[in-house]
Design a protein around this ligand. Structure first.
Ligand SMILES: NC(=O)C1=CN([C@@H]2O[C@H](COP(=O)(O)OP(=O)(O)OC[C@H]3O[C@@H](n4cnc5c(N)ncnc54)[C@H](OP(=O)(O)O)[C@@H]3O)[C@@H](O)[C@H]2O)[C@@H](O)CC1
Ligand SMILES: Nc1ncnc2c1ncn2[C@@H]1O[C@H](COP(=O)(O)OP(=O)(O)O)[C@@H](O)[C@H]1O
Ligand SMILES: [K+]
Length: 530
């Protein structure tokens, strides 16, 4: 599902009218009707007698709200419209809908000064639902003054709120807020989700997100060459090919995981098992020699190799020829989990990466090694996935974590194009940016996953998917979705607090099964019960 900026949406709206002859008031009518339908569903099919307050701004978002008011009024709901503008300030479609609503006997209450807030406050006490039609994609900056007061009043009323297109006060392009913002129970957004609705904190402020069709021609949307998508189960299903009955493990690739250091062997185990759980045929884990037996004891299905090490149990430069030899038999390399930031290891990583001929997933301390010398990133021809959390990303581009978090999408897409790699910027709503300029936002995952080692599992899952032949950017996006979905499954079953990275390994198969179920039925004629 494509995700758009306010400007892209406005251009699509404009073209719908200008080039496809869809009158804008028809789009507004469709928008209002879709919100009315959603409200009717919310009330279990009947709105008669329900007390609904509609807060309308002076623009087209307000116009949508007036369409909603008209239809609810017609169906017998008790509707009050609080208009944050003088009627004479309304123009065009919003003005038309105001006049129709008033002609039908609909009630309008102005909110133009502090004293008007009193009436709104009292009405909120008795309301069954509040409709937020103050601002949509035309909002800029911060809601100050009276408008900010109204937003705070609505939020504090403790009543269910449906936001029209966007929660008012939200920046449609970044998902950030710079002042008061409606905290919606749910949001009905038109045609396509705006970026701010799928990036935090906007995703949380929007509540449940409903994307509705308002009659924008599909061909128009397809013609816009949009570059950002929200990952969906449907898209993930498309990437998963059913397994041919005569497959053997060689068909599913061989992952080499290189990592580990004294005290950090678990990270390698999590990554190696993550690769197997993602469906890789074979996985070899190469660690400092003194850790090999421990690792073998922890990971039955994983083949292990001991590598030359320094005192203190970190990989030494002598490990390089061993790793290159192992790579001759492998499809993909995953490097970094538990490596340590020891300077010998750093120089090993910097010497090894330019010689790697297969796709590589670079995580954790291998990323930190690249932060010390970006030559490989700038110059080498490579098929690589970087999986930084915001802190690692900040080190890589020499900025602060806060600056990375303030523009996650921009940071990830710029890095992907500058370095010609796929960047997986982890965190709430992971961003996956490919060298081609395409990017994905991952909606799965939860704070229960903010626990040591969950990133190592993701590294393994992505490597495991590449091992099975998926294109690198697709494997990264699919891996992030499935990894987060496993975390959501685990959190639903056992809560977020007690979730540990190892739990993700146990839930990965159930996520794959949910995704494969459709294809299995179609492909093999039989199939597991859903
Ligand atoms: N055909 C279409 O286009 C369709 C559009 N649709 C709907 O239109 C919505 C976009 O409508 P929009 O562009 O009129 O802007 P909207 O969000 O209503 O803002 C209203 C006014 O708020 C003002 N304002 C801005 N920032 C402010 C601030 N910080 N503090 C105070 N005021 C501020 C600003 O006033 P100005 O700055 O111009 O004086 C602006 O004019 C879209 O979200 C969807 O719901 C659907 O019906 C589908 C068809
Ligand atoms: N609040 C959150 N919401 C969703 N996913 C999260 C959240 N916090 C962390 N995660 C996910 O958990 C994983 C954390 O990875 P990382 O920070 O590398 O942990 P570690 O380095 O300990 O393995 C990432 O996949 C990240 O997207
Ligand atoms: K709104």
């Amino acid at each position: 599902m494509y995700v758009v900026t306010a400007a892209e949406m406005a251009e699509i709206d404009r073209m719908a009218s200008r080039d496809y002859f869809v009158p804008s008031i028809v789009l507004m009518e469709n928008a209002g009707l879709r919100v009315t339908e959603s409200i009717r569903r919310y009330f279990g099919g009947r709105v008669a007698g329900k007390r609904v307050l509609i807060f309308a701004g002076k623009g087209n978002n307000g116009g949508d709200g007036l369409v909603v008011a008209r239809h609810l009024h017609n169906e017998g709901a008790e509707v009050k419209v609080f208009l944050l503008a003088r009627p004479e300030d309304l123009r065009g479609d919003p003005r038309t809908n105001l006049e129709i609503y008033q002609k039908m006997g609909g009630k309008i209450f102005p909110i133009l000064e502090q004293s008007h807030l009193q009436r709104a406050d009292i009405s909120l006490l008795y309301a069954d639902l509040v409709v937020d039609a103050i601002f949509g994609t035309g909002f800029k900056g911060a809601a100050l003054g009276l408008t900010g007061e109204v937003i705070k009043l609505i939020n504090n009323a403790g009543k269910p709120i449906v936001a029209v297109d966007l929660p008012s006060g939200l920046d449609a392009d970044t998902g950030q807020v710079h002042g008061p913002c409606i905290k919606a129970t749910w949001t009905v957004t038109f045609a396509l989700p705006k970026r701010g609705l799928v990036l935090e904190p906007g995703a949380t402020l929007a509540g449940e997100l409903e994307v509705v069709d308002i009659g924008i021609p599909r061909r128009l949307i397809e013609s816009r060459n949009l570059r950002l998508r929200l990952l969906t189960p449907a898209w993930c299903r498309e990437q998963l090919k059913p397994r041919d009955p005569s497959s053997h493990k060689g068909n599913f690739g061989h992952v080499l995981v290189v990592g580990g250091s004294q005290g950090m062997v678990g990270a390698v185990a999590l990554a190696a098992l993550g690769a197997l759980r993602a469906g890789a045929g074979l996985v070899t884990a190469a660690v400092p020699r003194s850790l090999q037996d421990v690792l073998a004891a922890k990971t039955t299905e994983v083949m292990t190799r001991g590598l030359p090490e320094m005192p203190g149990g970190v990989l030494s430069r002598e490990a390089l020829p061993y790793i290159l030899e192992l790579l001759e038999k492998c499809t993909v390399l995953a490097i970094g989990p538990g490596l340590s930031r020891d300077k010998t290891t750093v120089s090993l990583v910097l010497e090894l990466l330019p010689q790697v001929r297969c796709p590589v997933v670079i995580d954790a301390d291998a990323l930190n090694a690249l932060a010390e010398d970006r030559k490989y990133l700038r110059e080498a021809e490579k098929e690589a996935v970087l999986t930084p959390h915001p802190g690692e990303m900040a080190r890589l581009i020499e900025t602060t974590t806060a600056q990375v978090q303030a523009d996650r999408l921009g940071v990830a897409t710029r890095a992907a194009q500058d370095w010609r790699v796929t960047v997986v910027l982890k965190g709430a709503r992971t961003i996956i940016a490919s060298p081609s300029g395409e990017a994905f936002i991952n909606p799965t995952g939860n704070p229960g996953m903010a626990t040591a080692g969950s990133g190592d599992v993701l590294t393994g899952v992505v490597a495991g998917l590449i091992a099975q032949g998926l294109p690198v950017p697709v494997a990264a996006a699919l891996g992030a979705y499935i990894h987060g979905a496993a975390g959501d499954y685990a959190a639903r079953t056992q809560g977020q607090q007690g979730l540990v990275a190892g739990d993700l390994l146990n839930y990965l198969p159930r996520v794959f099964r949910k995704l494969e179920a459709r294809t299995e039925k179609t492909c093999l004629g039989k199939g597991l019960p859903l």
